[in-house]
Design a binder for this molecule. Structure first.
Ligand code: MOS
Length: 758
C-alpha cells in the first residue's frame, strides 16, 4: 500500500497549518526576540512600534494571566523573557498586527537596552563553571578502575559532534481561534498536541478541557516539534484570549533557525582498553552535552546518550558519565536519535582510533566485539533477540566485506589523486520512551452505519507514514477495503493525554491501542452475526467484507452486519488503550529494563575522495536492516533512505556555527548546507533481514523512525579511511562534521615531527 498522503503531497493539496483557510479578522503574530545572548533587560521601548498603522498590540510577560513558564521537564524557561535574557533569539514579546509584513516592520521599531553579561557557548567551559542543567549521571557495569592494568592496549582521546538544524520543510507555527465561552481551538504543527494543550492551560490559567489542540499533519518534525512547537501555539492562544480574535503565528525560515534549538552538540572524552585478542575489556567515557540556555528535553536526551554509549558492542567494564551543560544558546532539543547518535559517534571514534594504532581494520574490532544474547547492557537490561551476528554474516555473504577492502586497497595503490575509503556502521537502538510512564497510547474507532470507519489515535503524521500504518491495521483487522477507513486529525478532545509522536514508538504504541479497539469491535460484530445464524462467534469469519459462517460464504456483507448490529443497539464505537508491558527503569540504581526491544542493523559505506579538491562523493551504502516483519516496505524503505541521508548530512556537511557571542552565523540556507539530491549515495541498497520480528512491535513490524539515521555515522569513518589512504600522517581529530574544508586540511596535514623539521 502506498503512503496515503503521497498524492496530496505531490499535487500540493495536503493541508498544513498555514494552508488552513483563515477566518475573517485573523491577526498575525511576529516574535520580538533578544538580540544578545546573555544580559539584563534594562528597558524596552515599544512606543514607536505601537504607533505603526496595522499594529494591534504587543504582548509581553506582563500580559500573562497564568505562569510565564513553558519548561517541560524542568520549569526553567519563560515564555517571554521578563528580566534577563539567556540566548540570542529568546522571545521577549509578540507583536500582533493585521499582517506578518506589518509585524516585521514594527519589530524594527522596537528599542531595547540590555546590560550584557558573560556569554558561554562551550559545554566544557560551562561544566567547569558549574553551569549544569541537572546533576551529572553515570551508568556503570563491572569495574573499569581495576580493568586497565589487565588491558594489553589502551587508547584515549576526544570526540566531538556538532549540532544539526531540523530544517523541517514546514516552519514552526500555530493558528488559534476563539470558541464560545472563552474556549480556544489551536491548530498546531506539533509532535506533542498534549504538551501544547498543557502548557497553554498553564500560561493562560485555564483548564486543559477548555483548550482543544488539533493536528492534521506536519511538514516534518524530526524532534524539532516535540517540545519546541509549544511556545508559538501558546503565544497565538494568548493573543486569542486577550483580543478574542483568531491569531496566527508562523515563523519565517530565518526566525525559525535563529529562535529554535537544534540537535545537541557534544564534546566527549573516551578511554578504551583491549585484551591481547582484541576484545574490548573496558570503556570509560564522559559526555559534555551542550544543552543551551534551558533544560527543554536535554535531561532525556542525555539519558539516551548514556543508554547508547556502547552501541552494538558488549563491554564487560563500562563507566559512562554525562553532563548537561548550560550555555547561552537556544535550548537544544530532540532530534532523530535523541542523543543516541552522539553516544555512538564516540565509541566508533574510539574504535577507529584503536584500529589505526593497532594497524587493523576497524571492522575487525567491531565484528570481534558484537553484542550477543545474554550480554548485559551497562543499564542492566539483558540483551535478547540480538540480530547482530546474523546481520553481519548476511552483509558478508551479500557484499563480501573483505573483497570490498581488497578492491579499495587495489584502487588506492593505483590512483594518486583519487582515493577510496569504506566503513562499517552497526546500529543497536533501544525502542521505548526511556521515561516508562510515557509508553502508553489510545485510539478511538467509530464504525458508521454505512460500514465506513473513522479512526482517531494519538499519533501525529509528520511524513513518517504513521497514518498509512494505522489505516492498514484497521483494514487488516476488519478485512475491509482501505478506502472505507478514514484517518482523522490528531485532536486532544478525541484522544487525550497523549505522549508526543517521538522515540520511534508512535506506530507501536498507537497501533497496538488501535489494534485492540478494532479487535474488540470485530468480536462484537462476530457475536452479532453468530446470533443471527444461530452459531458461535468462533464460527464467524469476515473476509474481504463478506461474512463466513462455519467456513461457508453467506450473503451477509460487512455493511449489512454493521447495520444489523446498530439496529440491535450494539455499540459501534470503541476506545483502545495500550501500555507497554514489562519495561521499567530505576534512576537511583541506573538499572532496569527500559526498552521493549532493540532494532539492529549494519551499513557498509563506500566513498571516493578527490584529493586535489577535498570533495567527496558517496559511491554506495549497503544496509542490512532488521525491520522485523515490515508492514509497509515502501514507507519503511523511505524511512531508511531519509534517515541515512539525514545522518550523512549531520556527519559531513551540516555545520551549525555560533560565534563566541552566541550569535548564529549559519542562519539561512545560503550558509547552512544540507544534503540535496547530489549528496545522496549513488547506490543505496537495503536488504531486509529475514527474521521473526518481535511481539512488542506492532504486527511484529519493528520501529523504523530513528535507527537508520545512525547509519550516516559510517560516512565520517569512510571519509577518514580515504583521507588516510592519501595522507598516512593524517591525525584524526574526530570532530564531525567532516566537511570538504576539513577533508582538504586533512589531506595535506603534516605530522608534528615534519612540522618541526621544516
Ligand atoms: Mo524524536 S528525536 O524522539 O522527537
Amino acid at each position: 500500500m502506498k503512503n496515503i498522503d503521497a498524492k496530496g503531497h505531490v499535487t500540493g493539496k495536503s493541508i498544513y497549518v498555514d494552508d488552513i483557510p483563515t477566518i475573517n479578522g485573523t491577526l498575525y503574530g511576529v516574535i520580538f526576540d533578544s538580540p544578545l545572548a546573555h544580559g539584563h533587560i534594562e528597558s524596552v521601548d515599544y512606543s514607536k512600534a505601537l504607533t505603526l498603522p496595522g499594529v494591534i498590540t504587543i504582548l509581553t510577560h506582563e500580559d500573562i494571566p497564568g505562569e510565564n513558564q513553558i519548561g517541560g521537564i524542568i520549569p526553567d524557561e519563560e515564555l517571554f523573557a521578563s528580566k534577563d535574557v539567556h540566548f540570542a533569539g529568546q522571545p521577549i514579546a509578540l507583536i500582533i498586527a493585521e499582517s506578518n509584513q506589518i509585524g516585521f516592520e514594527a519589530r524594527k521599531l522596537i528599542d531595547i537596552n540590555i546590560l550584557e553579561k558573560e556569554v558561554i557557548v562551550d559545554p566544557r567551559e560551562a561544566q567547569k563553571k558549574d553551569q549544569l542543567i541537572l546533576p551529572p549521571r553515570t551508568f556503570e557495569l563491572g569495574d573499569t578502575e581495576n580493568s586497565w592494568e589487565k588491558c594489553a592496549h589502551i587508547f584515549e582521546g576526544q570526540a566531538d559532534s556538532n549540532g544539526q538544524e531540523h530544517l523541517y520543510i514546514e516552519t514552526q507555527g500555530a493558528y488559534a481561534i476563539p470558541l464560545e465561552n472563552g474556549h480556544i481551538r489551536i491548530s498546531s504543527s506539533t509532535q506533542g498536541p498534549t504538551a501544547v494543550q498543557r502548557i497553554t492551560a498553564r500560561v493562560l490559567n485555564m483548564g486543559m478541557n477548555k483548550i482543544e489542540v488539533d493536528v492534521v499533519r506536519l511538514g516534518g518534525g524530526f524532534g524539532g516539534k516535540e517540545d519546541q512547537a509549544t511556545p508559538w501555539a501558546v503565544m497565538a492562544a494568548l493573543g486569542v484570549q486577550i483580543l478574542n480574535k483568531p491569531v496566527k503565528v508562523i515563523l519565517s525560515r530565518m526566525d525559525d533557525m535563529r529562535l529554535t534549538g537544534k540537535r545537541h552538540p557534544y564534546s566527549s572524552d573516551y578511554k578504551i582498553g583491549f585484551s591481547k585478542d582484541l576484545k574490548i575489556m573496558a570503556y570509560e567515557t564522559t559526555f559534555f552535552q551542550n544543552a543551551g540556555a534551558a533544560a527543554d528535553l536535554s535531561p532525556a536526551v542525555m539519558e539516551r546518550t548514556l543508554f547508547h554509549a556502547t552501541n552494538s558492542y558488549f563491554i564487560p567494564n563500562v563507566k559512562a558519565t554525562a553532563y548537561s551543560c548550560k550555555t547561552n544558546l537556544p535550548p537544544n532539543t530532540a532530534f532523530r536519535g535523541f542523543g543516541g547518535p552522539q553516544g555512538m559517534f564516540v565509541i566508533e571514534s574510539a574504535l577507529a582510533h584503536a584500529a589505526q594504532e593497532l594497524g587493523v581494520s576497524a571492522y575487525q574490532l567491531q565484528k570481534n566485539n558484537l553484542l550477543k544474547n545474554g550480554n548485559e547492557f551497562p543499564y542492566g537490561q539483558i540483551a535478547d533477540g540480538v540480530e547482530l551476528t546474523k546481520i553481519w554474516s548476511e552483509m558478508e555473504s551479500k557484499f563480501d566485506i573483505e573483497a570490498v577492502e581488497k578492491e579499495i586497497n587495489y584502487f588506492n595503490s593505483s590512483n594518486t589523486d583519487i582515493k577510496k575509503g569504506f566503513s562499517l556502521m552497526p546500529v543497536t537502538f533501544g525502542i521505548s520512551f526511556t521515561k516508562t510512564p510515557m509508553n502508553q497510547a489510545r485510539a478511538l474507532v467509530h464504525i458508521y452505519t454505512d460500514g465506513s470507519v473513522g479512526v482517531s489515535t494519538g499519533a501525529v503524521e509528520m511524513g513518517q507514514g504513521v497514518n498509512t500504518k494505522m489505516l492498514q491495521i484497521t483494514a487488516q483487522v476488519f478485512s475491509l477495503d482501505p478506502k472505507r477507513v478514514r484517518l482523522e486529525s490528531t485532536n486532544t478532545t478525541r484522544v487525550a493525554n497523549t505522549s508526543p509522536s517521538a522515540a520511534s514508538s508512535t506506530a507501536d504504541l498507537n497501533g497496538k491501542a488501535l489494534h485492540q479497539a478494532c479487535s474488540a469491535l470485530l468480536e462484537r460484530l462476530k457475536n452479532c452475526a453468530a446470533d443471527h445464524f444461530g452459531a458461535q462467534s468462533k464460527d464467524i469469519e469476515i473476509k474481504s467484507e463478506t461474512i463466513y459462517c462455519q467456513g461457508e460464504r453467506t450473503d451477509i456483507r460487512w455493511n449489512d452486519l454493521v447495520l444489523m448490529a446498530f439496529l440491535k443497539r450494539i455499540c459501534l464505537t470503541e476506545n483502545g488503550h495500550y501500555a507497554t508491558p514489562r519495561i521499567n527503569f530505576n534512576m537511583e540504581k541506573e538499572k532496569g529494563h527500559p526498552f521493549a526491544y532493540h532494532v539492529y542493523g549494519l551499513a557498509l559505506t563506500e566513498i571516493t575522495v578527490d584529493c586535489i579538491r577535498g570533495t567527496s562523493q558517496f559511491d554506495s551504502v549497503k544496509i542490512v536492516h532488521d525491520f522485523g516483519k515490515t508492514m509497509n516496505p515502501s514507507v519503511d524503505f523511505g524511512q531508511i533512505e531519509g534517515g541515512l541521508v539525514q545522518g550523512i548530512g549531520w556527519m559531513t556537511m551540516e555545520e551549525i556555527s555560533y560565534n563566541d557571542k552566541g550569535q548564529l552565523l549559519s542562519n539561512s540556507l545560503s550558509t547552512y548546507k544540507v544534503p540535496d539530491i547530489y549528496s545522496v549515495p549513488k547506490d543505496v541498497i537495503i536488504e531486509p533481514l529475514k527474521t521473526e520480528g518481535n511481539d512488542m512491535a506492532i504486527l511484529k513490524s519493528k520501529a523504523v523512525g530513528e535507527p537508520p539515521l545512525m547509519y550516516g555515522i559510517g560516512a565520517y569513518f569512510a571519509i577518514e579511511n580515504a583521507v588516510r589512504a592519501f595522507n598516512p600522517n593524517f591525525n584524526s581529530t574526530f570532530d564531525a562534521p567532516f566537511t570538504h574544508e576539513k577533508i582538504l586540511m586533512g589531506l595535506y596535514e603534516i605530522s608534528e615531527s615534519e612540522r618541526v623539521d621544516s
